[in-house]
Design a protein around this ligand. Structure first.
Ligand code: APR
Ligand code: ZN
Ligand code: ZN
Length: 357
């Protein structure tokens, strides 16, 4: 089975032939149809993160169940599924409280990928830059058969994270003024989440004009190019001098997190969606946090419950209420994966998708 393996940080992924375990108890095998290219994968190539190498990256995938192990009840061969990344044990402190995005399982998943007997890790227990994968049945969510799977792969991360940040995490009210800093694959979904929530002004901020045009197509009402304009000043001017009700940072950079925090009004909420470097630190004056009664929130995986949210998001797409096709700028073969990362880093695409079927 072919998969893209990261053997060494800051080197290209290697397309390699790996052995995949048969699904064990509670596990399923999925033939992947597509996997979106998310900036989080690139972080693990470029940065020193806790992820152990070698690893097959990819966490934004969808496909068709091809085999199930003993005691699998949620899906059967032939089912169309979107893969939910990260542990989802269903039993830990967080899972039982409805926060699977914080799952802290008692046991790690067993190894399922091998090269000549050597274990190859599965990124976030899913490893979707591969022709097939074996995952826990808790990591797959069955969806309707009539939804195009390649497009639905984006629901596995970017779409759910972005829309979820607005709807689940911040709970933006209709009529709110919303700022989105960083309108890449995830940020564009924060923009469309804000539109879905009935936001009044949706102010998109990026350093690239092409990204701002994508944001306009997803529902942004105002565009700010941070390379040329003062973001905080422009946001104030667009919000009657007060600042926005909500600001979302979707880059993972302390400077832009500060910008989000400065862009909100007194009593407003700034939400950190972007993944910062492991050692990055944020400086905020606590006296102003208190005096201005601001809220600074973290958002992991759009605070989503994938079994509930994925089918809902797919329905919204099928009903024409959210846009997914427009997010996909370019499609690549698995052997073009390094080019797909280059295109993302160069800012050429809204989202790139790897076709695997
Ligand atoms: N100010 C404004 N926009 C910026 C800045 C900046 N200083 N620096 C980068 N950007 C923009 C880029 O131009 C790009 O459009 O941020 C966007 C990032 O988008 P992508 O590269 O497509 O990344 P994405 O997959 O959306 O992920 C964004 O969220 O999930 C996390 O790990 C992910 O930290 C990453 C972030
Ligand atoms: Zn992602
Ligand atoms: Zn759990």
């Amino acid at each position: 089975m072919k998969a893209a393996v990261l053997y060494e940080r800051r080197t290209p992924l290697v397309i390699d032939d790996l052995d995949l375990a048969s699904p064990g108890a509670g596990e399923v095998e999925v033939r992947l149809v597509a996997s979106g290219v998310c900036h989080s994968d690139l972080h693990h190539i470029q940065r020193d993160t806790p992820t152990i190498l070698p690893v097959v990256l990819g966490h934004e995938g969808a496909g068709i169940v091809t085999a199930v192990g003993p005691n699998v009840t949620r899906v059967a061969p032939g089912d169309h599924v979107i893969i939910a990344f990260g542990p989802k044990c269903g039993e830990c402190y967080y899972c039982v409280r409805g926060m699977p995005y914080l799952c802290t399982p008692a046991r790690p998943a067993r190894p399922r990928l091998f090269k000549n007997g050597q274990v190859i890790n599965q990124f976030l227990e899913v490893a979707t830059y591969a022709e097939r994968t074996v995952v826990s049945e808790k990591n797959v969510v069955k969806i309707r058969d009539d939804a195009p799977l390649a497009v639905c792969s984006l629901v596995a991360c970017g779409v759910t994270t972005g829309i979820g940040a607005v709807i689940n995490t911040a709970r933006v009210e209709p009529g709110s003024n919303v700022v989105v800093i960083g309108t890449g694959g995830v940020g564009l979904n924060v923009v469309q989440g804000a539109r879905l929530a009935g936001a009044a002004r949706i102010i998109a901020v990026d350093v690239r004009d092409n990204k701002l045009e994508f944001a306009r197509a997803m529902g942004a009402t105002h565009l700010i190019n941070a390379a040329r304009e003062d973001v905080v000043e422009r946001v104030r001017a667009l919000t009657g001098g007060y600042g926005a009700d909500y600001a979302f940072e979707v880059i993972g950079n302390p400077a832009t997190i500060n910008q989000a925090y400065e862009s909100i009004r007194k009593g407003g909420t700034a939400v950190v969606v972007g993944v910062a470097d492991e050692n990055a630190e944020l400086t905020i004056k606590p006296v102003w946090l208190m005096r201005q009664a601001k809220t600074l929130m973290g958002c992991a995986y759009g605070s989503a419950r994938p079994q509930v949210d994925f089918p809902r998001i797919v329905d919204l797409y099928m009903e024409g209420r959210i846009k997914l096709d427009e997010l996909i700028t370019r499609r690549f073969g698995l052997d073009e994966i390094n080019e797909a990362f280059r295109a993302m880093e160069a800012g050429e695409v809204a989202r790139g998708v790897i076709d695997l079927a």
